[in-house]
Design a protein around this ligand. Sequence first.
Ligand code: AMP
Length: 495
Amino acid sequence: MTFSTLGLSPKVLAAVEASGYTTPTPIQAEAIPHVLSRRDVLGIAQTGTGKTASFTLPMITLLEQGRARARMPRTLILEPTRELAAQVEENFNKYGQNHKLNVALLIGGVSFGDQEKKLDRGVDVLIATPGRLLDHCERGKLLMTGVEILVIDEADRMLDMGFIPDIERIAKLIPFTRQTLFFSATMPSEIQRLADTFLSNPVRIEVAKPATTAKTVTQRFVHTGRESFDKRETLRELIRGAVDLKNAIIFCNRKRDVAILARSLEKHGFSVGALHGDMDQRARMATLDAFKNNRLTLLVASDVAARGLDIPDVSHVFNYDIPTHADDYVHRIGRTGRAGRSGAAFTLVAPSDQKYLAAIEKLTGDGVEWIGEPATADDSAPAARRGRGSKGDETSRGGERKPRAPRSGRKPEKVADEAAESAPVAAEPVEAEVRQPKAEPAPRRQQDAPRRDRDRPARQDRRDRNEPDDKVIGLGDHVPQFLLRPVRIPSSSSS
Ligand code: AMP
């Protein structure tokens, strides 16, 4: 099968050829002819299957007829995150290189003024996150009545992020006669209900979901102590010992640890960037760009910031924290070993991580291979203080030579080094910023945010930054001063 049999226009085919792709992926082969014949499509596929081109290529072909009018976009693509929206824009730039398409990106963290200027010039393709799109509609700068094609991408992620009411509002603004393309990696009942409402007699296309982790990825687990300086040391040893490390993503469970870990690695001389939802949009894009273009070797990231990002060719993944959802493990290690390449994934396991480890084993069905000795639940001693594992120097099954196992004893100067390391990291501004992350205003508030934004609850702001609600237990990190005051206990009265 080649692209030329799918009905795409010569200009689009030339752009596909220039990009080096010769064979359509299954979702492209199935979806493209239906999109071109103006059918609604329900695509059940996840990122990595080539689904983006399955709608961008036929859309560009269809857009060759007609032209855009001011403030009336001809097509609309809804994405859950700013990064995914930017990736779709890149797709249009790549495959639309032989066209004069006006593509506009409406995402949070970018000024309204520039976006409005673009809308005024007339837009063929509007790519947006739901919140920002509604903000523009409320400002009266956008008319949705000219939209011929609506794409709802990553619908299940939209559901996770609480965007479904926004999507329903947006869909009501678009003519019923539109063509709708709806993509989701999974089809829970709520998404099915949405698909039933939005789609008219759709073609259903389902492409295989990688049920387990790719066999091209060598997976290893390593026991570590529970303290963060233990974990940081274990991680550094893994990185230094990794064979053929070209670049790596290091995952943390909490965004505050992303900043701390990146600082620490930088101090230890690594080329490293951080990606988390509290960074402004410009900084996120700059970091991502530096990583994609090999100007940074390591990228420390949270799940939400990194999910769905198309970063081809990552040689290593490190789970600094074991993911608390086994699904996230599959997503994370899926960042490496793509397109048949080999990759390696290392997961640090602290003594209290047993239940998460069990869930990963159950989901992937793979046995866990350890570097050094396995972690046990009652094991409270940090790995670096314990004995070297029995298999520490072996070569692994996947050909990846195992990095050095954590050392058997701590040298006194190392302990001092760690104390020095952990102290400044904890005391540096990053920690202060971490303690009160909400004190720093979100980027969209610094700019010309509309009233709707100012009135929004904090939960909505977190959603705009694509971060889940932080689960704060009790008082979290903050202990009010009055609770720290000594309590005077009155002498017992004789009764
Ligand atoms: P997506 O699922 O859209 O995120 O695409 C995943 C990756 O596959 C991206 O890096 C695309 O550039 C790449 N890709 C898309 N279509 C093809 C194709 N026909 N052949 C090879 N790679 C492709």
